[in-house]
Design a protein around this ligand. Structure first.
Ligand SMILES: C[S@@+](CC[C@H](N)C(=O)[O-])C[C@H]1O[C@@H](n2cnc3c(N)ncnc32)[C@H](O)[C@@H]1O
Length: 412
């Protein structure tokens, strides 16, 4: 199984990375802003475990430089330290990464580039994060760390809600697809299968493909098996770590299956809610970039495919709301209890784009709304109690407040 990048990967940013990077930079900024107060020295620790080159050949920032920019911003504006660790196994990529990191170190950003396997630096990063919030970004080209290893860090070494520990991880659907093919093939590579057993924390996933490859299997069964494996992976990670786990599909084009899913884990309901909002914004960026690409490629076209295929967010929300009601019922307390719409693969329901206000309203059962003010509470009588949260928004700003906490404002 290949683990390095190939071909044109570092030439410029491909569409999946547009989504991934927009999500990463926005969420990391929120993480630093929200959680630095949990440490005594206003410091959060960040690990980009598969950092790559840090910057594309066309000069655009890749994951490492995006994090360094966030760190630089927090240092200058808020006196917050985002201490970054960036690991890369491949010599050539590491050389370039190191140059990028060095540029920011000279400006005073606290950052470390490490050549080698992420597994070898993980424990020292966790030690460095003692008493501080920790964000792990694991973005391999192929298979990620074994689930037992992740559980060891998340559930054993960092079991507490505070200081926070969060994970954003690339779960490669392409790798699952390839490995699925090995399951029933007489030429199936047992070493690769075992390696994926480790990633999944057991051989349970093989059964999905054994069924999918049976003569009686329906068309599309293998594709469904990939989705089912990804969903079960997330469920197991949630169960074994006690964290909330959400994953979102990332693809090259509308109506194309996901090349990977970004798996997010947190112990904070509010973090989950912020993640949902960030996903929506990153998805909007994905569509915008697709449309720009199309216009560049064919400036004379009457309309772009993206503009035709982009689903109507109102329809998507309606479907997502119904699916969630059927699955979970409504949240029992606080407006952020089930903040996320469902994100099945494919172009439809993964477009929760630009509907921040309406999503918020519809996802909360007991919302009172007039055109510009929305408030949430379990019932009108308990709304005045200290546990109630209230929401108000103008078209640009959403403010969430509870009786005992300072209001939080988010730009829409
Ligand atoms: C998908 S690329 C990273 C992209 C980067 N995170 C970004 O978004 O800009 C994955 C990188 O991980 C590196 N890599 C693969 N296995 C690794 C390991 N075990 N430890 C550290 N780096 C590894 C590869 O050489 C490759 O550069």
């Amino acid at each position: 199984m290949s683990t390095g990048t190939s071909g044109d990967y570092w030439k410029d940013r491909a569409l999946p990375s547009v989504f991934k990077h927009d999500l990463l930079k926005r969420y990391l900024a929120q993480f630093g802003g929200m959680l630095s107060g949990q440490s005594h020295d206003k410091r959060v620790v960040y690990l980009d475990g598969y950092a790559g080159e840090g910057r594309y050949e066309n000069g655009e920032p890749a994951s490492a430089e995006l994090a360094l920019r966030v760190a630089s911003y927090f240092r200058a504006r808020h006196g917050v330290t985002v201490e970054g660790f960036f690991t890369e196994a491949q010599a050539r990529s590491f050389q370039r990464l190191q140059d990028v990191v060095e540029g920011y170190r000279r400006q005073g950003v606290v950052a470390h580039a490490r050549r080698g396997e992420v597994d070898g630096v993980l424990d020292s990063v966790v030690r460095r994060a003692a008493g501080r919030p920790l964000f792990l970004f694991l973005d391999p080209c192929g298979l990620v760390l074994p689930q037992d290893r992740l559980v060891d860090v998340l559930a054993r070494q960092r079991p507490d809600k505070k200081p926070a520990t969060e994970l954003l991880m690339n779960f490669s659907m392409m790798a699952v697809w390839r490995l699925g093919g090995h399951v029933r093939s007489p030429k199936g590579n047992e070493t690769s299968l075992r390696r994926f057993d480790e990633v999944c924390g057991g051989a349970w996933w093989r059964e999905y493909f054994a069924e999918a490859a049976a003569p009686s299997a329906q068309a599309g069964a293998a594709e469904d098996a990939i989705e089912a494996v990804a969903a079960e992976y997330a469920r197991r990670l949630a169960r074994r770590t006690g964290m909330f786990v959400q994953s979102v599909p990332v693809s090259h084009a509308p109506h194309k299956r996901a090349v990977y899913r970004l798996v997010f884990a947190t112990r904070s309901q509010y973090g989950l809610w912020v993640f949902g909002d960030t996903v929506a914004r990153a998805r909007a960026e994905w569509w915008k970039t697709l449309e720009l690409q199309e216009t560049r490629e064919d400036p004379d076209a009457l309309f772009s495919v993206a503009s035709v295929l982009r689903p109507d967010p109102a329809v998507v929300e309606k479907g997502a709301g119904a699916a969630r009601r059927a699955r979970h019922g409504y949240p029992g307390r606080r407006g952020v209890a089930h903040p996320l719409p469902e994100w099945p693969s494919g172009s439809g329901a993964d477009t929760w784009t630009g509907r921040f206000q309406k999503s918020t309203v519809r996802l909360c059962p007991c919302v009172r709304s007039d055109s510009h003010h929305v408030s949430y509470g379990p019932s009108s009588s308990s709304r005045s109690s200290t546990s109630a949260w209230s929401w108000s928004f103008s078209p640009q700003l959403v403010t969430i407040s509870s009786g005992s906490k300072a209001p939080v404002s988010l730009r829409t």
